[in-house]
Design a protein around this ligand. Sequence first.
Ligand SMILES: Cc1cc2nc3c(=O)[nH]c(=O)nc-3n(C[C@H](O)[C@H](O)[C@H](O)COP(=O)(O)OP(=O)(O)OC[C@H]3O[C@@H](n4cnc5c(N)ncnc54)[C@H](O)[C@@H]3O)c2cc1C
Length: 376
Amino acid sequence: MGGGISGVATAWELAHHGVRTTLLEAGDLASMASGWTLAGVRQSGRHAAELPLAEAAVKRWSQLAEELDADDIEYRQGGNLRLALTEDDVPVIRKVVEDGRRAGIEMHFLDSNQAIREIAPALASDIPAASWCPTDGQANPGKTMLAFAEAARRVGAEIRANTPVHSLVTSGSRVTGVQLDGEVLEAGTVIVAAGIYTPALLKPLGLDIPMNVTLVPAIQTVAVEPTLAQVLGQAGGGVALRQQVSGQFRITGIASDWRHERHTHDNVQPSLAQIRELIGAALRLIPNLEDIAVNTTWGGLIDKTPDAIPVIERTPEYDNLVIATGFSGHGFCLGPITGEILADLAVEGVTSHPIATFSRSRFAAGVADDGVTLHG
Ligand SMILES: Cc1cc2nc3c(=O)[nH]c(=O)nc-3n(C[C@H](O)[C@H](O)[C@H](O)COP(=O)(O)OP(=O)(O)OC[C@H]3O[C@@H](n4cnc5c(N)ncnc54)[C@H](O)[C@@H]3O)c2cc1C
């Protein structure tokens, strides 16, 4: 269940391999994180445990439109620049480059403003250093979601939007189905990829996932001439932005705590102060954005685990239950591989992707706390 990128990619994988599949989505497809996202597709600066998944995902992204028989999902490998804004940021950026190189990714350390502006001339003239990963990129989240959903439908998946799952139905150590409005839908295996609502769905089964939901403001401008091909991030988080194929700038960042049980239209809107702060941070990177008109603003919720890496497992407690949540602000890039992993876990019970670090059991042992940082 869950019609975000994790859910639709899984529905595609399963149905494509001949597995009878029903995808249940409470609202519209991509109505939560997978629609709110910046949609950077990034390997650089990843947690070491996520890196193999991100690298595998980038290989899939290059072929994804063709694989899904879609027109253009606007995947562009324009690279990712993570910027040092002060001299104190420079060692942070240098470490991102060293870690990336050690992991075998092509990463460059740009130690002059001239070198940075040769790649991205629109950037401010006083940024002292940056990391540069030319194989990172970006995509159009709406078009990607639609491409996955249509491909999944074509090979027989049933996709039911506006169909909230109220609870999981269990018998002993098996999940036998899900409770919908006035109907129990039986299932051989249940996959829960319900973003921020996953912990509440699993709690009645005695399964705990620690999660802090954070709100991230986002701004989209009107379309202007193309001036930026890269996704920009910043040392230590802050703002992340990109210029879409449409010409619009999409700007996100600066997370704050969000303390509500359920989301509504109003309680996910960013405050004026948050929008002001985000605009200030974006103008610090690209001063020439100043005259561009704002088209839309929104707030996005992030399913943040304490260590800012996801939970992905076939649960030990319920043999036919598979879960994926807690992507902590960087699960869009991973989507195509998350789909592969969840389909593997559902059908085979195991996957060849390295996911041991993502089991829930790590929380019992205690994990280091990490903040939300968006880098595209
Ligand atoms: C502002 C912002 C910027 C981001 N930037 C990036 C980025 O640049 N790069 C990147 O890789 N990632 C980024 N992310 C993170 C990324 O978007 C998410 O990690 C990813 O989209 C998560 O996908 P998902 O399918 O797991 O969850 P979601 O997209 O949240 O999907 C879960 C779905 O489950 C549905 N659901 C919930 N409860 C139920 C229920 N009971 N019954 C049925 N359906 C239910 C929801 O309606 C929702 O559609 C960003 C996120 C935000 C908010």
